[in-house]
Ligand binder design. Structure first.
Ligand SMILES: *Cc1c(COP(=O)(O)O)cnc(C)c1O
Length: 229
């Protein structure tokens, strides 16, 4: 493992190469630096290397980091959110990738309306159908995307998924492809993509290149960037 700055350079090069292999514009893929359990010093190193978008799983931790690091960064919520934490999440985050039920969306909308703030959101889809993972089933995604249209302070921008853990990233390809096809289907039905291009958040340290080949626009990379947590 190199320094954070070296790791970011390497990851950026791998993102570019994967996009080019797939005939995609490398600019259409953004890196979300997953900083959960990483100290402020590590995040500052990433900032110094030009990284702006960070992903956090835990609300309290995110709150502390946002307070310590100030303006200018973009914070994505990539962890499970309880509805009773929606008020704080609405204040702390700039994007919530883990919308998985109406109740959570409602709670966010209420607080966002009070704040006069609009929040980009993604619907989390449990493509692999694992019992222990959050997210709606691909079938339920349509209904939830439809329901989200009623909330003027939520900007539904796309889908997020976390496939079952596998050793070989090639085994995740089918899941990534399924998320993209689901997204394209929802765009065709007018339920996604009204706010510009559709976002697909998929791919982590072990499989982000495969995800990019299958259409990822956001890759969430932690370990390959910061080292072990
Ligand atoms: C922790 C986490 C990541 C990053 O995983 P790495 O394997 O460390 O890159 C990505 N997405 C989610 C939802 C996570 O919880």
């Amino acid at each position: 493992m190199g320094t954070v700055a070296e790791n970011i350079e390497t990851i950026r090069a791998r993102i570019r190469a994967a996009a080019e292999r797939a005939g995609r514009d490398p600019e259409s893929v953004r890196l979300v630096a997953v900083s959960k359990h990483q100290p402020l010093t590590a995040i500052r190193e990433a900032m110094a290397a030009g990284q702006v978008v960070f992903g956090e799983n835990y609300l309290q931790e995110a709150e502390d980091k946002v307070a310590a690091l100030g303006q200018g960064l973009v914070w994505h919520c990539i962890g499970h959110l309880q509805s009773n934490k929606a008020r704080i999440a609405a204040e702390v985050f700039d994007c919530i990738e883990t919308i998985d039920r109406l109740k959570l969306a409602k709670a966010l909308e209420t607080r966002l309306a009070e704040l006069g703030k609009t929040m980009p959101v993604l619907v989390q889809v449990n493509v692999g159908g694992e019992a222990q993972k959050a997210g709606v089933s691909p079938k339920e995604a349509k209904q939830l995307c439809h329901e989200l249209q009623q909330f003027p302070h939520l900007r539904l921008q796309g889908l997020m998924t976390m496939p079952p853990f596998v050793e070989n990233p090639e085994e995740s390809r089918a899941c990534f492809r399924q998320l993209r096809l689901l997204g394209e289907n929802l765009v065709a039905q007018g339920l996604l993509g009204q706010h510009g291009s559709m976002e697909l958040s998929m791919g982590m340290s072990g499989d982000f290149e495969v995800a990019i080949e299958e259409g990822a626009t956001l890759v969430r990379v932690g370990t390959a960037l910061f080292g072990e947590r």
